[in-house]
Design a protein around this ligand. Structure first.
Ligand SMILES: Nc1nc2c(ncn2[C@@H]2O[C@H](COP(=O)(O)OP(=O)(O)OP(=O)(O)O)[C@@H](O)[C@H]2O)c(=O)[nH]1
Ligand SMILES: [Mg+2]
Ligand SMILES: [Zn+2]
Length: 281
C-alpha cells in the first residue's frame, strides 16, 4: 500500500474451484467457492438425513480436489438412537468421509472442527438452507457476526438467510467462507469426482468382463454381482448411475454449446467477408 493505493503484483492461479451446474443456464457452471482446502458439508441430522444428497456433495468436492468433512448438525434435537441410525446408514452405504457430530446449541463438536483447521488454509461451509452453517461460523468466531435464521415452524425448512459468500479469518489463522444454502446440486464433474466418491463401485468396475461395461445388465458385470450379493448398497449403486448420467448429459450439453458457438463464429466471419467485398471502399 502506498498513499492509500493497493498494488497487485501477481494473480496466483486458482488452486481449486468448487462448482455446481448453474440453475437455468444449460452447459454452464456456477462457482460456489475458490481456493478451498477443506469443505465442511453441513447436514442437519434431524431433518431428512439423505445419503443420496451427501453423495452429490462429496462428488462436487472430489472433482474440485477438495477434502470433504461431513458435519452432522443439530444433534441436540435427536436421540442417541437416531444418531446411531444415521451413522449406521452412512456405514452401510460405504462412503469414506470424516464425520463430526455438532450441536451449535451446546457447542458439542466445535473443538473438533477447530482441530481440523490450520493457519493459512481455507475452509468453506456448504449445505442446504437452515442447517446451521452461519451459526457454526458465529460459534467458531465466538461472536455473533453473521445473521442466522429461524426455521419456519410449518415446513421445518430454513428460509435462505445467507445471500452472499463471506470470508472470515479465525483466531487460529484459518480462513472460513460462509455460503448461501443450496437447493439444487447438479453435476458438472469430469468423472474423477464420481470415481473418488464411489471408490468401491469404481474399483469393482475394473473387474467387469467388458471394459466399456455400463453396469446396467451386461453379462459378467462385477458391480451388479456385488449389488445382488449385498456387498454394495443398492441405493448407492442407483445414485451412482443417476449422477453419472447427469454428468454425461452436462458434458454433452457443453460440447453441443461449443459446437454451436463455433458455427456462429464462422457465420459472423463469412458475413463480414461478404460485406467487405460488396461494400464500396
Ligand atoms: N437446535 C439447534 N438449532 C440450530 C443448530 N444450528 C443452527 N440452529 C438454528 O437453525 C436456524 C438456521 O441456522 P443458520 O445458521 O441461519 O442456517 P444456515 O445454514 O446458515 O442457513 P442459510 O443461510 O439459509 O443457508 C437458526 O435458527 C439456528 O439458531 C443446532 O446445532 N441445534
Ligand atoms: Mg447462513
Ligand atoms: Zn459392469
Amino acid at each position: 500500500m502506498r498513499g492509500g493505493q493497493a498494488f497487485i503484483n501477481k494473480i496466483l492461479p486458482r488452486k481449486s474451484l468448487l462448482a455446481r451446474r448453474a440453475v437455468g443456464r444449460p452447459g454452464e457452471k456456477q462457482v460456489i467457492a475458490a481456493n478451498i482446502d477443506i469443505a465442511f458439508i453441513v447436514k442437519a441430522i434431524n431433518n431428512n438425513f439423505s445419503v443420496n444428497r451427501l453423495e452429490r456433495y462429496l462428488t462436487i468436492c472430489h472433482s474440485a480436489g477438495i477434502e470433504p468433512v461431513l458435519v452432522l448438525s443439530k444433534i441436540d434435537l435427536v436421540t442417541e438412537d437416531e444418531i446411531s441410525a444415521a451413522l449406521n446408514e452412512l456405514e452401510t452405504r460405504g462412503r469414506q468421509v470424516n464425520c463430526i457430530l455438532l450441536s451449535n446449541t451446546t457447542r458439542d463438536g466445535i473443538d473438533r472442527i477447530l482441530s481440523f483447521m490450520e493457519k493459512g488454509r481455507t475452509y468453506c461451509v456448504i449445505g442446504s438452507s437452515g442447517v446451521g452453517k452461519s451459526t457454526l461460523i458465529n460459534n467458531l468466531l465466538q461472536k455473533e457476526v453473521l445473521r442466522t435464521g429461524e426455521i419456519s415452524r410449518s415446513t421445518n425448512k430454513g428460509r435462505h438467510v445467507t445471500e452472499h459468500r463471506e470470508l472470515f479469518v479465525l483466531e487460529n489463522g484459518g480462513i472460513i467462507i460462509d455460503t448461501p444454502g443450496m437447493k439444487e446440486l447438479g453435476m458438472t464433474d469430469d468423472g474423477d469426482g464420481i470415481a473418488a466418491t464411489f471408490e468401491d463401485i469404481h474399483e469393482l468396475a475394473q473387474r467387469c468382463r467388458f471394459p466399456d461395461c455400463r453396469h446396467v445388465g451386461e453379462a459378467g458385470c462385477a458391480v451388479i454381482d456385488a449389488v445382488d450379493n449385498g456387498s454394495i448398497s443398492r441405493e448407492s449403486y442407483e445414485n451412482y448411475l443417476k449422477i453419472q448420467k447427469e454428468q454425461e448429459r452436462f458434458q454433452t450439453t457443453v460440447a453441443e454449446k461449443r459446437r454451436r458457438e463455433k458455427q456462429f463464429g464462422k457465420l459472423v466471419k463469412t458475413y463480414y467477408k461478404i460485406k467487405k467485398r460488396s461494400d464500396p471502399e
